[in-house]
Structure formats: C-alpha cells, structure tokens
Design a protein around this ligand. Sequence first.
Ligand SMILES: [Zn+2]
Length: 850
Amino acid sequence: MRPDLLRRLSLLAVLTAALGCADRDPVPGVALELAEHRARTIRDLRYDLHFDIPASKDSAVTGDVEIGFTLVEGGHPLVLDFRAPAEHLLELRLDGAVVEPRLVPDHIVLPAKLLPEGAHTLQLRFRSTDAALNRNAEYLYALFVPDRASTAFPVFEQPDLKARYRVSLTVPAEWNALSNGALVSRDSSAGDRHLLRFAETQPISSYLMAFAAGKLFEEQATRGGRTFTMYHRETDSARVRRNAAAIFDLHASALAWLEAYTGIAYPFEKFDFFAVPAFQFGGMEHPGAVWYRAGSLFLEESAGRTQELGRASLIAHETAHMWFGDLVTMRWFNDVWMKEVFANFMAAKIVAPSFPDIDQRLRFFQAHHPAAYAVDRTRGANPIRQPLENLREAGSLYGAIIYQKAPIVMQQLEQMVGDSTFQRGLQLYLDRHRYGNADWPSLVSLLDSLSPVDVTAWSKVWVEEPGRPTITAWADSAQLYITQDDTWPGRQLSWPQQLEFALISDTAVVLLRGLSSPQSARLPLPVLRGTPQIILGGSDGLSYARFALDSASRRALLERIHSLPQPLHRAVAWQTLQEELIAGTLEPLALLDATRRAVEVERDELLLSQVLGLLRFTYWSFLDDSTRTSVAPAVEATLWTALNRASGAGRKGVLFSALQSTTLSAEGIARLETIWRDRKPPAGLPLSETQYTALAEAIALRGVPNAAQILDEEFTRISNSDRKSRFAFVRPALDADVAVRERFFASLREVKNRRQESWVLDAMGYLNHPLRADAALPLLRPSLELVQEIQQTGDIFFPLRWMNAVLDGHRSSAAADTLQRFLDTHPDYPPRLRGKMLQAGDLLLRRRAP
Ligand SMILES: [Zn+2]
C-alpha cells in the first residue's frame, strides 16, 4: 500500500470512530483475532471472480466478484478484506440488495443486522490496485502470497478459509492466459477482447489463487498420461529447445515420487506453469499455475551439474508444495515454515535418484548448512516457529531459518524416529487434513503417538528457539571429550542431536558417533595410533553446531584439507574454516591461499563451486582495498590456469564467473573486454546473451574509461525485450558519475520504481559494490530508512534482500557506525525486521571495535 493511501484511509478511520460506532473496528491487516473469528463462523466459501485486463499497463484492471458463503453463527458484523482506496469499491450488494458498507483501512465492514445465520451472497464491483499484479508492457501475473490478494479484489484473506474459485478473464485478443483451473472456453465474439473462462478450483487458500495473462509462448508435453503446459516469454528458441524436455521430465518424475511417498494421487486437476522473466522468487506453488523464475528453468549452455541440480530441486520443491502447503495448508502464517521445510526436505529426497553421480549428503550439506549458519551465528537469529499477530507481518517470517535450517532439523527428526515412522506420520497428517488446514502441534502429537522419541521436547529446543550450540571437542589417547555451550545471552539450552566426528591422523580418518546432551559427553576412542591431528565435527554433514577448532587443528586443517579423501569431509571442513574466519581466529590471506590451492587440485565440481564461493567471500569481505589489489593478479592467474585446464562447460562456467567477479588488474580487465567485444569466449565455454550483459556490467563497474560506450553498445546488442528493459533500468546504477547514481537511488524512493524487485536488487548491488562503497556511504542511511516502507510495499523476500544488497559491499568502520547508529536511534523498530537487519549487517557489525 502506498503511503498517501494509508494517510487517507486512516483519516477515514478517525471519522468513523468519531461517529461512535457500536462495534469495534478491525485493525489494518488481518489480525489473528479476526481470522479466528471468521474461521469459526464462515463455511462453504466460493468465489466467482472476473477481471477485465486492458492492454495498456497504465489503464486500471477492474472486476467483479460474487462471494457465496454460509454463516454458522449470525449477529456479527462481517469483515471483508480490501486494501485499496475507498473509490476502488464501485458497488456492493448483499443478498441482492445494494448496501452502503462501512470502510475502514484494509476492510469493508457489513452490519450485523443484515447477517443472520445461513447462506449469503455478496456481489461486488471493484477496481484493483496494481500492487500484486506485476504489470508489464505485454503481460501481468498475480502474486498474492502472503496477504496481497486483497489489493486486487475483496476477499476473506487468511489461509484457513479455503474456497473454490471460478475465475474468468477478459484480455486483449492476442493475449493468452492461465489460472489455477483449466481453461474451459475462449469467447472471441466481442472482437478485440476475448473472454477466457477457467474451471472451478478445489478448495484453496487465497494466497494460492493466481492468474497470468499476456503475450506468452506455450509449450506442451505429455508425460505418464499427464499433459503439462509451460508458458514463457523466452525469445531464444534454441535455449527453450535445449531445456524443455528436461523441465517436463523433472516435473513428471517429482509428481510420481510424491504420489508414491504420500500415498495420495496428485490432488489438483492440471499442472501448468509460467516461466516469468526476472520473477522475484525462485518459484511460487499456485496449484495448477506455478510461477518460476525463467532463468532458473532455462539453463545456460554452460550450466554445470550444480545448476542442473538447483533446477531439479526447485521443480521438486514447488511440486512437493502441491501436497505440503496446497492440499494441507498451515492454519496461520506462523506455521508457514512447515510447508517450506517439507518442500525442501522432499526436494532433497526427490532429486537424489536423478543425480546418482552426485554425493547427496554433500549436496544437502552445501544447500542448507552455510545459509542457515549465516543467520544462526548472528544476534538477529530467529527461531523456526515464530508468533504472528497480524498477517500484515507475515513477510518478515521468511528467511534461511525456514528454508535451510528447518530441513536440517527435520532430517534429524526423521533420523531419530526412523524413516518409515516419519513417512507414516506424514501420510496420516496429509490424509486427515486434505483440502484443509493443520498446525505444527498437531503433527508433533501425531509423531509422538507413533514413536518413543519425545518429539515435543525436541521441538521446544530445535523449533521454538533461535541459535545453535558451540561444540568443542578434544581427545587424549583413550577418549574424545565433547562440551556443548550456549552462547545466546541469558539461556543455557542443550540441543539433543546425533553428532559425528572425523578423527583425522596421518594414516587414517576414523568416524565416531554419539548423541549429544547433556552438556558434556565422553566417547571412547577406537584404537588409534597416537592422538588425532584434526577433530572435524559434523562430519556426517547433518550435525548442526559451530564446531570450534583449537589453533593446532586449524593449522593442520589448512594444510590437510585438500587431501581429505571424502568430498563431504572437505565440504564440512571448508565451512568450519569459514566459521573461523568470521570469528576472527583465521587470517584471511591464509584462507585465500588455501582456496587458491584448492582451485588447482579440487576435482569435485560441487566442491569447486563451494571453494570459489569462499574465495570470493574472503576476497571481497575480508581484504582491505590495497591488499585485494595486490593479490588480484595472482588470484586471476590461478583462475585462468584452472579455466584453461578444466574439462566441461560446467567447471569452466563457475571458474569464469569467479574471474568476472574478482578481476581487478588492468590486463585482466582488458582480457575480459576482448571476450565481450569480439563475442569470443574461452574455448569450450559458450556464453549467452545474459552472460555477455553481466560481463559488460562487470567491466563498466571497474571504471574503465570507455565504460559508457561499452554499456551503449551492450544495449543495442540485447535482442530480448524483457532483458533490454532490465538493462535500461540497471544502467544508471553503473554510471561513472556519482551524481547519476545518486539520482537513480533517489528515484527508488517512489514505490512505482521499485516494482521490478530483481532489477532493483541488481542495481543496489552495483551502487554498493565494494569498488564503489566509499561513494555509496552517504546513501547507506537513506537506504536503511527505506526498509520499513519496502516491507509494506514489496514482496516477502524483498526487505532482507534489499538489506543484503545494501550492506554486503561495505566493510568500512564508517559504514558499520552508520548501521549501529541507525539501530540505536530506532529502539522501537519492529523486532523481526530488526532481526533481519542484524542478520544482514552481521559481518559489518563484527568489524566495530568492541
Ligand atoms: Zn516454497
């Protein structure tokens, strides 16, 4: 909602309050209390919903809706949600009669006297706001999660009022469209405007209702008797051809796997999806109409196994949601983590058989632990399950704790109760609540009834509390000693979990397992020759803790890491070293040298990606400018040598993107510029239009004298209209002139200039890039000031990603002070948003003198 609109509606609220209304007005947003009342009193909800979509994105979308429902308890005012200015409500009829409703912020209120127990029908005509319609020149798509359906039409907006939706759309004749239900008719009798009708849906939550329309290409395929339709706007037909079969195959195999695991056939009628250009999420699981980021489906020719695995996981994730989230939905958004954990958890299981060549435990560790630790090591860490008073705040629940930590702890829970008990519990849970809602305690008590494990006690520590244990281990010749510490202020938790340690000596790697808790434990050592040189905690890739190293282990690990025989152990070891770097107990240059050596010798592609990520992290976040400049030529040489030797486009691709990120020497930049200018990539590494654009942007960022000319030419080279629009948007953020960049930033104060969130994030990343951090310092505070408004106007991931884009590039003490001052001068800042800021600013705040 726009701030000007907020002011107007609050004024209206003051007026109605002054008139002395008998019933207490609902607060803005959807309060838990309101949701509980409606869930108790409303049944049999149906929407017959029509939108009239004009060709021009500057003309308003209008619509009408008929809402049928039954009240099981009469005599209360009825509160409908509509987050739009008062004049957007054009007409309202209740049971056929025109009614003048009371309008309060975010709501339409109907008087109790008109609402006895029984069946009712509401008919409304309205004008939508554009807030959740993602309108572009040639297409639009609705994205209502978590509470934005009410910005487009009047609705009872809460997950546990599931409804059947019958959608119809009037669109320009040359457009097509999709929605949750199958297309049942297309009426072209009105000439240039076509009416498309879609079948009524199964009962679904309002955040899962969706439609998209525009000039869209269609690809269809049949797999296992089921027809899938993919909609997209990719003009590079070779790129589509190269990827289409795999995309359809992955969907079909994920569906088959889930039907077998859950024992429930695919619960919705059809399965279509839209590859949205620059989509703000990876994907969104609307049943029958999934949205994906196009770039995540259509892989580059140079994509390696990591990207292939990423795509398979994304598709499996959204497909798993059809059962976990769509068929059975959380009662309230405090349990939004449940649908995400099961989607990720199932995705990890689903992709495994399709990638027999990939070490799945390694992959699970890489996909979860680093991102979860990045939050849990900070003072802004949040528990997996958080209370939520108002749906308006739901966006602030999302993050790595939900997406990455929760699957780890769920895997630990599965390990404790056993695979088959766990699966049985989930099957019962899905079956009991199908097309309905359920909360976490109901699953906990179900699992408790099936297993001797105390799942309730386990959940209290792992699900309801933030942070992680710090585990220290040491050994003498007979025993391994483990202590567990809680570094969270004012708390002494003990985390029950299965722990594994790798005891690494000159001659062998020995694994030792044990259950942690109580606080300290002793495990008898198997017969070793001498004490181990390195004790690597969490070597199973599942244990979750900060495993602190002593200085001897740290030194030994830096030396030996390259020769550890197990790839999983190397992955865990690199993460352990990264923790040491962040804790300030490891010299950045020592770690940088170790990663350079790994670039030369590492054979595993997943490991190479992790090592290159760590190299870049150390290089940009831990070296000062002069050290970085002085080591750049050596880093570039290492990467070029490895690139030339590498076999396979995948390996070459990750090395090239590391080069594009780290190159600072004049010769290195000239070399990249030649590749860009002549469109002549290194042998064996095909580059796409998107990749050439990224290269041009990287070169311009380095302040070459002909940057403007390079950007001009790149603009003319881009053929795809969506990519051209993005480039035009981002370009001022790359300008050599600070004044141009500041003007661009100023334009982002207007919400309409922040609608394309992925473009905004690219641009903010460039403005605040380490190479330009000094010039961006004056923008830091204003960027932080915008966060609260961004939370109100943007989609769920935008606030944290904005903060990361702003803060990641800064490492100066002046920047750290600015952030600390911002936090100090906003003591009443919303706690969850403050937590996110502490997460995003963690590295920066650690740099401040204590
Ligand atoms: Zn999800």
